[in-house]
Structure formats: C-alpha cells, structure tokens
Design a binder for this molecule. Structure first.
Ligand SMILES: NC(=O)c1ccc[n+]([C@@H]2O[C@H](COP(=O)([O-])OP(=O)(O)OC[C@H]3O[C@@H](n4cnc5c(N)ncnc54)[C@H](O)[C@@H]3O)[C@@H](O)[C@H]2O)c1
Ligand SMILES: O=C(O)[C@H](O)COP(=O)(O)O
Length: 535
C-alpha cells in the first residue's frame, strides 16, 4: 500500500529525496497553499510536511480523514492545533535540533549589527557618504546578557556569549541547576530579577499562554537604561506596541525582531520605520545547513512513522521523545496484558473499567509515558469505534471515558524489565504481568494469581477449570476439531485439585461460538478470548 505525502513551504530537497526513495511513499511537492485549497486537498494525504507558513488548524485536521502524520521541518509547532491532533491520533513530528546553531549565530550577527550600526553604515557607503563619527559603536564585552529560556538555542547563545566576554544570566524555571552550572550561566531568581540587570535581553522560549506578552510595557520599563531587546523566538512574546513605544521614547538603545505576531509583516507596519529597530524576515533558520538538517531529520522520522509505525519522534505521545528501540517489546507486553485483563474482567461481568494502574521495573522507567499509552490502547482496542486508536490518542481517549490512569516504578515485580497492568472497576480487579527481556521474547508471566509463561501472539485464550485429569485433552480436541491451531498451552494451578488456569496462545481468531463450546466442556469454568490488534 502506498502512502501519499504532501510537502509545502519550501522544504529542503535533501530530506524529500529520502521520502521519494521509498516506493511505498508518493510525494507531492507544492508551494505554500492558500487555506481553502489546502483544506480541499488534504483529504487525500496520509502525511503533510511543511514549515511555519502552513497553518495546521483544527478545521484542517478534522477534514484530513486519512492523515496520520504532520512533519514540521523546524522547531516551533505553534502553527499546529496540537490538542486536536492528539485527540485524533495524528502524530506531530518536528525537527527540534537542526536549526539551533543558525539562530544562535543570527543572534550575534544582528546584535553586533545593531551595536555597530552596520545597516546604517552599509547604506551610507552605498549613498557615497564617508562619515565615521556618526557611526560610533558599542562592544559586547563586559555587558550582561539576560537569556529567557535556557533550552537548545538559549544554551548555544550562552556558550558563544562567554567567548565575547559577556556576563551571562538566564531565567528558566524548567531547567535544573546542574545545567546552569555546566553552561557557566548564573540563574536569575525571577524574570523581573533578570530584566533588572540585562543590558541585552533575549527571548528563547516557545510561544504559549505563559510566554505570550511576557515582555510588555512594565518589563521594558524595568530594563537598565539603554538596553537592547531581542526576539528571535516567536512574535507576540515581546509586545510589539509596547516595544515600538519604548523605542520611539528613546528608552532603549535598540531592538532586534526576527519574528512577528502576524507574518509576513504588513508592508506599512510602523515597526518597519521604528528607530534603532533591526528587523529580519524570520531568518533564524534560514541557512543552507539548518534547512538541510531539519529537512533530513523530519523526513526520516515521517518515513519511519508511516512505514514502520515508529512514533518515537512524535511530540504528542506523552513522555515519548527519544529512542524507542528498546521499548517496543515492553509496549507490546503492556498493550496485550491490558487487553487480557480487560477480556477476563468483561467475562466476569465487569465491562466498565474505571482504573488502570501500570507498574514497571526500573529498567523501563524512561518509557513510562509510551508504556502507559500502550496499556490504555490495550484496554480500548475492540471496545471503541475508531480507526485511529494509537499511542498518541489512547491516553486522552481513555481519560475521556472516565478511566483513571496511573504509572509507577517498582522493584517488586521480580524483573527489572517487568510490566504489570492492574485493571479495576466496581468491586472487581485483575492484574496481569509480563516481562520484556532484552535477550528473549516478551512473555506474559502472571494472570491474577496464576503464574503463566506464554508469548502473547495473535490470540490468547484464557480458561479456568477444575484441576482434574482430562481437561487439557478435551480442550485440545475441541480446538483441533475447529481448526484452531495451538501455538503454546500453559497450564497453571494454585494447589492440587483446586482451580487451574490455562493460557493458550493460538494462531488466528477464536469465534464466539468456539468460546461457548469450550464453556460447555466438563470442568471448564470460564473462557475468555483476547484478540490482539496490530502491533
Ligand atoms: N527565528 C527562528 O527562525 C527560529 C528558529 C528556531 C526556533 N525558534 C524558536 O525559538 C524558541 C526556542 O527554541 P529552542 O529550540 O531553544 O526550544 P527549547 O524547547 O530547546 O527551549 C525552550 C526553553 O524555554 C524554556 N521555557 C519555557 N517556558 C518558559 C517560561 N515561561 N519562562 C522561562 N523559560 C521558559 C524551556 O524550559 C526551555 O528550556 C522556540 O519558540 C522556537 O520556535 C525560532
Ligand atoms: O521554529 C522554527 O524552527 C523557526 O521559527 C523556523 O521556522 P521556518 O521553518 O518557518 O523558517
């Protein structure tokens, strides 16, 4: 089956070639499309790859019935309706690291340009003028640089600032002290404290409800006299009207803006003629190297998501960034253990699951988010009507049905890569456990109190019976007569002559009629079937 990928917004050809090289991917490259045209065409596509110029709105996502992946060749995803994408199970993949250096270098280029009046100097030379006295500049050395947001770009700016002999201070409540120490950056106790000492204040945070309008009239008024403000992150983080007023009042030495509340900036914007304001048309990521990097990164991840269902680079799987190679078997165990627990409880009359508690061994602690999503998917599969149940939307779909989800690390599961799913509702509960060792196949190891050892392949039959001779033979004969092939048969009991449980892994499906026939056999007490969906 071929997947169709729509590419907009001038994405670098090196990444696109990686997509086009796959026979199962059909790539259509178009210029940035007007909203209505994109809306009309999007229904045909499994993936879209673009940059910030294409708005991936809620309306667009709801119209995109086949869409599985949105690839963003860059960092910012404020042009994408993330909540709706998550609800619909559409993976959002960006390229977070490829353009970091490009922005950091533009920061120094523009700030030095502003301090040394380079735009005015170049213009004067073009106009035949030679006037050095009007073009007196200032140095970076000895100035205090205040960085808001010590993430990828903020860090690269900090490292380079040391080379210029600057004092570097930053405000970022989400970054640990160790990182500040490693970068030799002093932590400001608050944004106000940072502002109070910054000769140059630069923003490197995402645009969100917390950061919109973060630097307004009040904050600009608290900067030391003759400071510089730089915004290369997103338009709206620095209030444009307040900045304009401060520049016109000669309150600041100057400012640099690379990003704007509305892009492209309208031709008659008052910002274009504001004094001491150096403007660039969103050039932060516009280097050959950065565009090549982000295009390659995002196209590889989009390819893997479409062709190999690898969602590890998707930013809307909770806690899911990073490598998932070692997590895949554990996710399979989590999903299948949850499906088994749900099937067994449903046959005991408990259909409305209220709580899902996941416990994981210490070696899986890094995968808590994706493993919880996998478990939620296991509880929901076959129960809810959706053709897009996946690791992206499973948690929100489960929570929307009133299911409480929790995850915790435990050393008491008997294996560092063990997984236990406990489902509860009403008075009933059941725990199903398994392991995903690094060197052997994933197994289910416990169903309720019964110790089993079975590889959860296509379908698992779970029978309880009296522990008397002859049951295994009768079950085997019945399944054989109905052409159900047994892959593994694991019988467990708590005590001789008591109740026993059989975990029977079979190829293909087991019909409801076969399940009922099993229940008719002497000494069989319950029969549950867990059909596992696609991995
Ligand atoms: N101009 C351009 O072309 C261009 C290019 C790349 C990135 N960007 C923008 O730059 C910004 C930063 O990119 P990045 O790759 O460094 O992101 P990042 O996620 O690595 O870093 C962002 C940092 O902001 C911090 N942060 C979040 N909220 C905060 C708050 N309220 N106060 C203080 N700190 C806060 C986070 O803890 C994080 O460390 C993004 O908005 C991105 O879209 C612009
Ligand atoms: O968020 C980003 O990566 C930058 O703002 C670059 O955006 P662009 O890809 O539209 O140039």
């Amino acid at each position: 089956m071929a997947y169709r990928v729509l590419v907009t917004d001038d994405v670098d050809p090196e990444g696109l070639a990686l997509l086009a090289a796959e026979t199962e991917l059909l790539v259509d490259e178009v210029p940035t499309l007007p909203k209505d045209e994109l809306l009309r065409r999007i229904g045909d596509y499994d993936a879209i790859v673009g940059r910030s110029a294409t708005k991936i709105s809620a309306e667009l996502l709801r119209a995109a019935k086949k869409l599985r992946v949105v690839g963003r060749a860059g960092v910012g995803v404020d042009n994408i309706a993330l909540d709706v994408a998550t609800e619909l199970g559409v993976a959002i993949i960006n390229a977070p690291a490829g353009n970091t250096v490009a922005v950091a270098e533009l920061f120094f280029g523009t700030v030095i340009g502003l301090l040394r009046q380079l735009p005015a100097a170049a213009l004067s030379m073009q106009n035949g003028v030679w006037d050095r006295s009007k073009l007196m500049g200032r140095e970076l050395k000895g100035k205090t640089l205040g960085i808001v947001g010590l993430g990828r770009i903020g860090s690269e700016v900090a490292m380079r600032a040391h080379a210029f002999g600057m004092t570097v201070v930053a405000f970022d409540p989400y970054i640990a002290d160790e990182r500040f120490t490693a970068l030799r950056v002093r932590r400001a106790a608050s944004l106000d404290a940072l502002i109070a000492e910054s000769n140059i204040l630069t923003m490197h945070v995402p645009l969100n409800d917390e950061t919109r309008g973060m630097i307004g009239k009040r904050e600009l008024g608290r900067l030391p006299a003759r400071s510089i403000v730089v915004n290369m992150a997103r338009g709206g983080i620095v209030d444009e009207a307040a900045l304009l007023a401060a520049l016109e009042a000669d309150q600041l030495r100057g400012a640099v803006l690379d990003v704007f509340t509305a892009e492209p900036l309208v031709a008659d914007s008052p910002l274009r003629t504001a004094p001491n304001l150096l403007l660039t048309p969103h050039l932060g990521a516009n280097t050959v190297e950065a565009q090549r990097n982000v295009s390659r990164d995002v196209c590889l991840a989009v390819r893997d998501a479409l062709l190999h269902n690898d969602l590890s680079k998707s930013i809307n799987v909770a806690g899911g960034s990073g490598e998932w190679g070692d997590l895949q078997p554990a996710m399979l165990v989590a999903r299948r253990a949850a499906a088994v627990a749900r099937a067994v409880l449903a046959d005991q009359g408990m259909r409305a699951v209220r709580r899902l508690a996941l416990r994981i061994g210490p070696d899986l602690a890094h995968g808590a988010g994706p493993l919880l999503a996998a478990a939620a998917a296991g509880v929901l599969e076959g129960v809810i009507e959706t053709d897009r149940l996946n690791l992206i939307n499973a948690r929100s779909l489960a929570e929307a049905r009133g299911l409480e989800l929790s995850v915790g690390e435990s050393n008491e599961l008997g294996h560092p890569r063990a997984i236990e799913i406990a489902l509860a509702g009403g008075m009933q509960q059941l725990a199903v456990a398994g392991v995903a060792p690094e060197d052997s196949k994933p197994r289910l190891t416990r169903i309720g109190q019964f110790h089993v050892d079975v590889n959860p392949r296509q379908t698992l039959l779970i029978l309880t019976n009296h522990d008397v001779p002859g049951v295994i033979g009768r079950v085997g004969t019945l399944l054989g007569e109905r052409k159900v092939n047994i892959a593994e048969y694991h019988q467990a009991r708590l005590a001789q002559g008591g109740d026993a449980l059989a975990a029977i892994s079979v190829d293909g499906a087991v019909s409801e009629e076969t399940r009922k026939a099993l229940l008719e056999l002497p000494d069989v007490l319950t029969a549950s079937v867990a059909h596992f969906g696609a991995e």
